[in-house]
Structures are given as structure tokens and as C-alpha cells.
Design a protein around this ligand. Sequence first.
Ligand SMILES: C[S@@+](CC[C@H](N)C(=O)[O-])C[C@H]1O[C@@H](n2cnc3c(N)ncnc32)[C@H](O)[C@@H]1O
Length: 402
Amino acid sequence: MDGAGAEDERNGGIGTNGTKRTETATTVNHERSKEQDMGDMNAATGETRDPATIHQPVLLDDCVRLVTSGLAKAAHPVVVDCTLGLAGHATAFLKAAPNARLVGIDRDAEALALATERMGREGLADRFIPVHAAFDEFTDALDAHGIGRVDAAFMDLGLSSLQIDETDRGFSYSHDAPLDMRMDVSQPLTAARVLAEYDERALTRIFRTYGEEKFSKPIAREIVRRRQEHGPLATSAQLNALVDEVIPKAHRPAGNPAKRVFQALRIEVNGELDKLARTLPQIALRLGAHGRIVVESYHSLEDKTVKSFMAQGLKADVPPDMPVVPPDARPFFRELTRGALKADEAEIAANPRSASVRLRAVELTRPLPERIIERFERDTRPGETACDGRGTSARRRRGGRN
Ligand SMILES: C[S@@+](CC[C@H](N)C(=O)[O-])C[C@H]1O[C@@H](n2cnc3c(N)ncnc32)[C@H](O)[C@@H]1O
């Protein structure tokens, strides 16, 4: 399994899975109709954006097979794409399952608008329900649309190429920009605030846990010292320069020395691991008979969270020396992927961001036992999960993110 720092170098260490943006995706295409251009024009830049070319879905065929192969049996199947992005996977799911409806959740309003436009253009709008929310609002989002049971839920974690390309959002260390890094620009916590407000211990923990950065402590110490003397860091260039000064030349990782720090900040700002750990049990609680959970991760801690969640249902919940397994303790998931699927060399060559993908999928084999329901209900509550082994206590101490 890749370590956190193994995320693709070319995307700024940001753990995403898009593909390079092509020229045609960003330049105005004069052959398109005015209506088309109005539909997907970026208001800020006036550039035309075609979602189908901005972001290339990773392991698309495998995802389509895993998500849709059981749906034909259901009368009115419901699929939830918890990370809709630009709807590359979602449009393929709807095309492969003509009897299905799809709820598409994304916390990025711009991605949601582009995906909705694409659904309309591809004739899929009548089976598509867009939801602007973070995926840990899964249960509320379904309730709001009167949806009880789900036949398949899909997650393609990380950022879309749209977000990476928007250099003003500060996700990438390769462009000088304000230290923002929010996927949902309406949330108050930014990377600049983390760097300005967290104490040395909290910064060290974030860099070490989410970035696996060996020099976490001296980097955190220098950030605190610098802000006391000169005021807080405001831009990615300032953060790059600071990390560059702290990490000794002989210990530099390949590529940009600040990539792990940027990655760690992005995970913290967006609460990515907490949200993931709170969402998986919500999904399981809503699965119908033979319902499926299919997840693509790009970071070792994400994959670990997914793997350990799924493992709860893949083996009997009894001590190894117990001669008989009571019915209540039998497995309730069936593994569909035999460990994690990875991208092959051809896909990695065509789309370098697929290099770190780990795809895992399970199917519900029987109703969840009562004690698992209780556990999952508890695990969906904020502050109850412990995805990094420390829960959210450090964040609560700081009165951090919301
Ligand atoms: C890798 S992209 C998905 C790309 C999509 N599968 C496609 O083919 O176009 C991940 C998307 O998930 C969204 N996202 C990340 N974390 C989220 C969260 N906690 N809640 C909702 N959306 C989230 C991001 O805004 C981004 O648009």
C-alpha cells in the first residue's frame, strides 16, 4: 500500500484522481451553441469547461461493474454517488443501469453545477438528484428526498481535476496562491487559519499523521516562531519557502519538499478522514438487501479507514477459539474485490493520478445484526470516530473545524 507521501507528485501531493486538463477543456469552443456555452461557462474566468475532458474517472469499468451488476434485480434501484465531482462515474452508472436513479452528493457547488449540466446534456437529468452537501450528511440528504433504502453507494475520494486546476484555491504547492484549500468555500476553516491558530503540538500531529512528514516538529516550530515574529503565513509560496528552509537538503524526499505538508493541511481543513469514518456506517445502515459499498481511496489513511470499516462485516465476530459461531456474530459483508484493486500500467500511463488508487467493495449478505446497528449509529456521530487513532480530541481542544 502506498504511504501518504506516495500520492502522485504531479498533482501537488493532493491525493486526487483526475487527469490532466486538456487545452480544449479550458478554451472557448466557438463551434458550440451559445446555450451550450452559457451552460458550462466559468463565471469568473469566462472559460468554457467540459466536465468530460476536465476529469478522467479512475478504474471506470471496474467501478461500473461493481456498482451496477446487482441492480437489474431491483425494481427501482437507487445509487448514491457520494463524491459526484464532474459525474464521470455517475453518468456511466446511469447508462449501465437504465432502471436506476442516482443521488449525486458533492460539497463543491461548482462541481455540482457542472455535473448537473452534464446530466442534462447526456439525457440523464430525469434520473438524477443533485445534493449540495458533505457526504457525512448522507442520512439527512436521503431523508430530505424521501429515500429510505440504497442499493449501491460509491465514493471516489480526494479532489477533482477541476479543483486542482483552480490555482486560486491554494490546493497545489506549485502555484502561489492564498492558503485556502477548502473544498466547500462556505466553511470558515482555511489552511491559513490552521497555520495561524493551531499550536505547535497540533500542527506537528497533523503533519505527522496526515502527511507522514519526518520533520513535522521542526516545521511546526518554525511556523509558530515565524508567525510570532512576522505575522501568519498567507500564501503557498511562503509555506513552500519555510519548509524548504527547515528540511535539510540531505533528507529531501523526491520532488517538492512541501508536498506532504500541503497534503496534511488539505486533509485537516476538509476534515476528510473524520467525514469518511462517519459516512461509511451511515451508508451501511441504509443498504437494502445485497446493497453495495464501493470506495476508491488515494491515501493510505483513507484506505485504512475503508478497509477496517469493511473488515467488521467480513469475518465472524467471535474469539478465534470459539467452536460455534452464533448466528448474530456471522459475517454480514461479502468482499467483491479480494483486497484492493489497483490501476494497471496502461491506466497509470494515461492518467498518472490513478497510480495511488485502491478500490474496495463489499456487498451486504444479510440484515445488520442489532449490536452492529448500535455501533454504526454511534460511529456516525461527530467526535465518536477515531480514524487516526486519536479521534477528534485534538480538534475539539482547538475548537477547530465545523
Ligand atoms: C475525485 S472527485 C470525484 C470525481 C468523479 N468520480 C468523476 O468521475 O467526475 C472527488 C469529489 O468529491 C468531492 N468531495 C470530497 N470530499 C467530500 C465530502 N466530504 N463531501 C462531499 N463531497 C466531497 C470533491 O469536491 C470532488 O468534487
